[in-house]
Design a protein around this ligand. Sequence first.
Ligand code: PMP
Length: 412
Amino acid sequence: MDYQGFFKDALDDLREQGNYRIFAELERHCGAFPKATSRGANSAGENALDDVTIWCSNDYLGMGQNPKVLAAMHAALDRCGAGSGGTRNISGTTHDHVLLEAELADLHGKESALLFTSGYVSNWAALGTIAGRIPGCVVLSDALNHASMIEGIRHSKAERMVWKHNDLEDLEAKLAALPLDCPKLIAFESVYSMDGDIAPIAQICDLADKYNAMTYLDEVHAVGLYGPRGGGIAERDGLMDRLTVIEGTLGKAYGVVGGYIAASDELCDFVRSFASGFIFTTALPPAIAAGAAASVRHLKQSTVERDMQKSNVAKVRAKLEQVGIPHVTNASHIIPVMVGDPVKCKFISDVLLKDYGVYIQPINYPTVPKGTERLRITPSPVHSDRDIDHLITALGELWEQCRLARQPIAAQ
Ligand code: PMP
């Protein structure tokens, strides 16, 4: 077989379908977020270094540059060195890991928490292990669940029933079709990353109680951002004790990297003891654990970042409405600006970067359905009013240039 030819053909297919991903190469400058420098060709084809404002970061609160987080990481680096030196089981568990797990258990009002190297791995390993090890377990999975949850469920080899996104009637019909004594796990997210819509968590918990199911909630796009201490939507709505497992990331609002689950002592111990994705991989560096713990601790007591972010989200929404740029109205911090055409979406993103110094990665199929191509905007507390005005002017001019319709799009 011509292996190289096979790889090249597959990549050519992606290019033809418009699905080939091109990364913007950024130079980040400590303390400057959301400003950065972008490397690449400008409109004149010259290799250039351009100043850009990042409008699509998942470092939602700018905690990746927070002085307390940086100080904790520097101190741990000097104290412990670079890596953890092993898996959690074989010399890789440090005091920093244990402290972070305690911080996370407390955040979600759970007995225990368990760290993983990313949010992706936490979903893959925890869902794969819980659903895979309980005999006859059926997983009821929301249709828009993240790839890491889907892969975890696949890996479990448990039966999977996909319910229509956020549709309680469909979920109930599927639950009711199963015997009451059949083990069930309802897997869903709180804030969905591409539309920014929020799950009806209380009603899902009611159904879980009625049909004797466990619940697994991915709060990756909510932890640090919602609730009085940043415990997510479940904390905000007083529902944390109704959920069997809460899963989160340390790589988005907390600004570092890593993932975790929070649950009962028994469940965490079970995953710790059986999940290959936990057991057979090098533990996160202690400096990462220390930085993440500082971030979690800070956002438990400070609402400054959340309040400023909310205010900037409201400003961007209001200005988009004023100029009639279509965007999904939702109750979260994620603003999907709808372009509805893959070529125009990519074009707008390219021109924004090269000519306006505005960086927003285009979101095209297969990440979102065809015809719903979009620019996903995530305002942070550190965007200035000038940044916002510049963004709106740039979008307005490009909307004109691309002859795109102007009107608000209602919530889905
Ligand atoms: N869950 C959801 C809903 C996500 O959007 C993501 C990442 N985009 C993850 C899990 C994975 O988290 P991490 O980036 O920490 O691996």
